[in-house]
Write a protein that binds this ligand. Sequence first.
Ligand code: ADP
Ligand code: MG
Length: 244
Amino acid sequence: MANGISNKSVVLSDIRKSYGGLEVIHGIDLTIEEGDFVVFVGPSGCGKSTLLRMIAGLEEVTEGEIAIKGRDVTDLDPSERGIAMVFQSYALYPHMSVSENLGFGLKMTRTDPAEIARRVAQVSAILKIDHLLERRPGQLSGGQRQRVAIGRAIVRKPDVFLFDEPLSNLDAELRVSMRIEIARLHRELGNTMVYVTHDQTEAMTLADQIVVLRDGRIEQAGSPRDVYEDPANMFVAGFIGSPR
Ligand code: ADP
Ligand code: MG
């Protein structure tokens, strides 16, 4: 924040969410700085996905405002928000090749075919899937499919990447190597990343900033070190301190 100029990527102001009259997100305020890797962590059902889906625009907020890069996006469609989301289930198009899966979003926005080819080549090289471009998703391993899903997000050059437990369907060994890849991607691309997990180790190793959630409220937000060494309460101490 040099010269007092803040570089805010995502700002949540008193966000609330109710389903059928029952409030599950209870007034969240959070500022995410440009280029930060922020991890939402907390037990199942605490509201991580709901919060991420509201940032993405896949879920309406009941109350509050969301700004991305200084622009109020609260009422904008997902495609207008400058974000890309990677889900736990890969949701690749089974009848399309890897190359077509990667380029599909760009084709929909009528990007020039030569530019699509250039970006698909670039992204597949970064993710080391350039030898798989002609295959169909059914001919890929779980880790390869997840790389394609991440590639599909990167290729659109979003301002903000949103990840919802992207590794939870992978086996333990693959989870570790993909975690290292995601950290490397963040270093190389420098984008803001908001990453949801219930896994404390993932949170501690990936995050610049950890946001610990419980029952739709922020218990603590800070660097992994702050949260670990100076937990705000017993819940945070127990959750971060004890590996599952
Ligand atoms: P997490 O991702 O942390 O596991 P969620 O955001 O999925 O948690 O859910 C937060 C709370 O909201 C939970 O109590 C869940 O049951 C509730 N919830 C989520 N989605 C819906 C929905 N579509 N309808 C009703 N309740 C929902
Ligand atoms: Mg979830």
